[in-house]
Ligand binder design. Structure first.
Ligand code: TC6
Length: 681
């Protein structure tokens, strides 16, 4: 008997309850329980209809992702689904929590779906580089039609119950908290009806038959979002098959083929790796999950500039009041006005009500003195990057703030231990390094000082999740994880353009690798004067700045721009670069293949990632990947720099670095020599 299932009968209705924590994923135990339960009720003549329900926090959250790529065990998902779909008794799926992926596909196999209003249903496989391979690509279009199916499966976004009811993804809403009772009552109304099957429907797909332009247009419209990924393309092909192939089983064969292509691809392996990597970051080996956390009910933010304002919004969004401190009234007013404007823009797009804007704004208490922070539970300092200023502020905070308040700095590279030493409570000091725009970017580097207490770390990790961030723990070093490793890319790009490849060749290679833009496009966008540089040495960037070529805002930087900000290669910049190379005595070798540009810019990032691990700055290689993906939009389908290096082969990376005259880190060399990897041991 399976431990994951209980089977009861209430007045002719068989109830199968599955309980497989944490999320009832359709792993081995769950499949055994389903197999057992459905066989039992099929054989039981007293059972006229079946309700399938889950215990715990959610209906099935999908196939067990950790089983992919491992040898199959026990009854397969498709076998279990066949038993359910081909049974003679109607089955009602009773949904709460999130019915996702294989979980919602299982609901689609059932004859009816009922859900509580708080439930969500969806097919998020695209985020794992997969397609809904348990019939989802063939069944969902039969319910919602081709256009909706394309959107739902390529975005992977979960659909709230009410919307799902409108779309036909569920058949009825249950009362919150009374799912079982309502599902049983629903089952009673259909006991005498022959089971209806989604697979037998044609009405929603037939009108789209013979219209290849639907898919071509859809791919064109989404070209930018789908670039580099494999899954959206196979999803579109599978949905087309649902419309074109009337025979359901043949459509399923097509789905299986397309699924197989994806499940064996590097892109999907990378995205599945990333799924677990993102969930792993908050686990800190020497800070057990039982570590007590400090309640954070009020927050103080010092600095109402771009960073401070963005940080403030994170807390307002979850209903936590923020005291926002600036030195001058004008700066304070400006900061508050920017926050209001951001919310009003969101409201104008219909994603917030005017009332919600006011509710959030009402949570701000503007203040002109640090004294206003005496009673807050957490202070985040976000003033400019000057050690003496930060030390002064932390000294004052130490004097003003109550005992038990967490004192955090948003510094992006300064020594946190030195800042903490300005207080008499360094154990209460932590780094909270947000990425700009701080209300949007999901990465939060939690910087652990020499003396930061476990309670403070545990609280920071928990708080990060509450405000929708992914926390990555970093020890103290210059630039912490993301900025430190990625600065290598910029350094190499600057050096490479002196050797022959043009900024546009470098940018194109990096764009084609999967980044949103190349390093020089990025600098031109942000502004050459904004990006920090060593002023003591002559550089190309310095030469460009001298000519007032500050980037897009001045119609020129590394590129020239027209009024529409369309970039063209700049002869002026080319000349400056050539002059500078001459000054440095560097001879041009001309263009090099894109693959070599990528290696030149990104192998050093991998090498720096290895150093970050070697020095125990980061806990694990996957944390480095998460930091690069969320902080710098490193393409997720490569898995991040460390996973990518594993797929390239570490011996090749070592050889590449040596050829560039860069000493590979000890860890990288050792792993390569032992035939090991960063991410799989
Ligand atoms: C699919 O179905 C394909 C079908 C085709 C077959 C042919 N498997 O996110 P949380 C773990 S593909 C294994 O922190 P939340 C997770 O690692 C699948 N494990 O919780 C974590 O473990 P830990 C399609 C899973 O409340 C724990 O559960 N489905 C799975 O913030 C808690 O997770 C999806 O893509 C899984 N499927 O969010 C849905 N799911 O505690 C993926 C979770 O050891 N899941 N775990 O760290 C989610 O989106 C979210 O987990 C959630 C719950 C919304 C269900």
């Amino acid at each position: 008997m399976s431990e994951a299932g209980t089977y009861t009968v209430e007045d002719g209705i068989g109830i199968i309850t599955i309980d497989s924590p944490p999320v009832n994923a359709l792993g081995y135990n769950t499949r055994v329980a389903l197999d057992e339960g459905f066989r039992k009720f099929t054989a039981d003549d007293s059972v006229k209809a079946i309700v399938l329900i889950c215990a715990g926090r959610t209906f099935f959250a999908g196939a067990d992702i950790s089983e992919f790529g491992k040898p199959p065990r026990g009854p397969g998902l498709h076998d279990v689904f066949d038993i359910i779909e081909n049974g003679s008794k109607p089955v009602v799926a009773a949904i709460h929590g999130t019915a996702l992926g294989g979980g919602y596909e299982l609901a689609l196999i059932c004859n009816y779906r009922i859900a509580v209003p708080s439930a969500k249903v969806g097919l998020p496989e695209v985020n794992l580089g997969l397609l809904p391979g348990a019939g989802g690509t063939q069944r969902l279009p039969r319910i919602v039609g081709i256009d909706k199916a394309l959107d739902i499966m390529t975005t992977g976004a979960p659909v709230p119950a009410k919307k799902a009811l409108e779309l036909g993804m569920i058949d009825a809403l249950a009362e919150e908290g009374k799912l079982k009772e309502d599902a049983v009552a629903f089952a009673r109304t259909i006991v005498d009806q022959p089971p209806v099957r989604v697979r037998d429907r044609q009405d929603k797909v037939a009108p789209s038959r013979g219209k290849p332009e639907i898919y071509a247009d859809f791919l064109k419209k989404n070209a930018r979002a789908f670039r580099g990924f494999k899954a959206p393309f196979n999803i579109v092909k599978a949905i087309e098959a649902a419309a074109e192939i009337e025979d359901f089983d043949k459509g399923m064969e097509r789905e299986r083929e397309l699924f197989q292509e994806l499940v064996t691809s590097t892109e999907s392996a990378a995205q599945r790796y990333y799924f677990f990597a993102e969930r792993e970051t908050s686990k800190v080996p020497d800070v057990p999950s039982s570590t007590p956390t400090i309640p954070v009910k009020t927050v103080g933010v010092i600095g109402a500039g771009t960073m401070g304002g963005g940080i403030t919004m994170n807390f307002l969004n979850i209903g936590v009041p923020v005291t926002l401190v600036e030195m001058k009234q004008e700066a304070l007013d400006r900061g508050v006005a920017v926050i209001r404007k951001n919310y009003e823009n969101t409201a104008a797009k219909g994603r917030m009500t005017a009332e919600q804007v006011e509710q959030r704004m009402a949570l701000i208490t503007p203040a002109l003195s640090i004294d206003a922070l005496a009673e807050v539970d957490l202070v985040i300092e976000a003033v400019f990057e000057e050690m003496s200023v930060k030390k002064d502020i932390f000294g004052k905070l130490d004097a003003v703030c109550k005992q038990g308040a967490i004192l955090a700095s948003n510094t992006s590279f300064l020594d946190l231990d030195e800042i903490a030493a300005a207080t008499k409570r360094p154990d209460w000091v932590v780094g909270l390094h947000f990425f700009s725009p701080a209300n949007v970017m999901r990465l939060l580097e939690v910087v652990r000082g020499e003396k930061t207490s476990n309670e403070v770390i545990a609280t920071a990790m928990k708080l990060a999740k509450q405000i929708g961030k992914v926390p990555v723990l970093s020890r103290v070093c210059n630039g912490f994880i993301a900025n430190r490793i990625m600065s290598q890319r910029g350094r190499q790009a600057d050096a490479l353009i002196l050797e022959g490849p043009t900024p546009q060749e470098v940018d194109k290679a990096i764009y084609d690798y999967g980044f949103a833009m190349g390093p020089f496009q990025m600098i031109d966008l942000v502004g050459l004067d904004v990006i920090g540089r060593d002023e003591t040495e002559r550089t190309v960037r310095g030469d460009l700045v001298k000519q007032d070529r500050l980037g897009q805002k001045k119609n020129g930087g590394y590129y020239d721009y027209d009024e529409k900000r369309t970039a063209t290669p700049s002869p002026v910049a080319a000349e400056l670069i050539a002059d500078f190379a001459k000054f440095k005595g560097i001879a041009s070798t001309g263009s090099i293949p894109a693959e070599d540009v990528v290696a030149r810019l990104l192998y050093p990032v991998v090498n720096e990632g290895a150093k970050v691990l070697e020095e125990n700055i980061a806990i694990r290689a996957s944390d480095v990947d998460v930091a690069a993906i969320l902080g710098y939009n490193w393409p997720v389908y490569t898995g991040g720099p460390m996973f990518w290096a594993d797929t390239v082969g570490l011996a090749k990376v070592v050889a590449g670095l040596e050829k560039m005259g860069i000493e590979p880190s000890k860890l990288l060399k050792t792993l390569a020599a032992e035939g090991k990897t960063f991410t799989q041991g």
